[in-house]
Design a binder for this molecule. Sequence first.
Ligand SMILES: C[S@@+](CC[C@H](N)C(=O)[O-])C[C@H]1O[C@@H](n2cnc3c(N)ncnc32)[C@H](O)[C@@H]1O
Length: 230
Amino acid sequence: MEDDDETTVTSKESLHMTTISRHSFSITDQTEKALTIQIIENMKEDYGLFVWPCSIALAEYVWQQRLRFAGTSVVELGAGTSLPGLVAAKVGAEVTLTDSSNRVEVLKNMRRMCDLNKVNCKVLGLTWGEWDASIFDLHPNIVLGADVLYDSSDFDDLFATVTFLLQNSPGSVFVTTYHNRSGHHLIEYLMVKWGLRCTRLLDAFSFLPSSKASNLSGNIQLVEMILDLK
Ligand SMILES: C[S@@+](CC[C@H](N)C(=O)[O-])C[C@H]1O[C@@H](n2cnc3c(N)ncnc32)[C@H](O)[C@@H]1O
């Protein structure tokens, strides 16, 4: 989060610790901000109403790869405050933002942020490992997930959903950022188990501009993976 860009909402919502943070994206070698996304956060809530560092890294990656994203169909899983998906929508992708079906306040917040940022994303309750009718209509070229690998009890449900979406849309790719706490072993184990193959592995600090990197800590990695058809 760029602290110097953050402003506090002065409505009665401030009683509930709601803030709007602003996240800017620039073209390399230009100081002028090319895009700013406004995110509604609630510091009192957990998980889905806070911009996690992995989301800042994934959003920056989407921005830097904006030509690749333009004109694609994108689904963001566990989107929470949805910064990567909102950037994808701004650069011309058709975006479906999803989060757990029972996180009604998170889904409601996504709709408010779509209005705030003047983008027309679909918002959908999608709980990992559950097969509501709506998931069968999703045919994304790119599946995004920022900080969705944090609770080991959810890993198989998450990967079941990811694998389903990749199978439902041949040629598609899952792009995720996560805190690497145990080397590459965890992600390798999950990819092998679910028949996926890594096509790109990056240290997020290798592509984050210094102004953002200096506000983040830890070991954040970005992985792209596809179905392993061999
Ligand atoms: C650590 S937060 C990350 C949020 C956002 N992607 C970010 O990086 O700022 C994890 C997100 O996954 C969602 N989530 C957790 N378990 C889920 C499940 N079983 N199905 C769908 N979403 C889930 C949470 O509601 C939350 O929005």
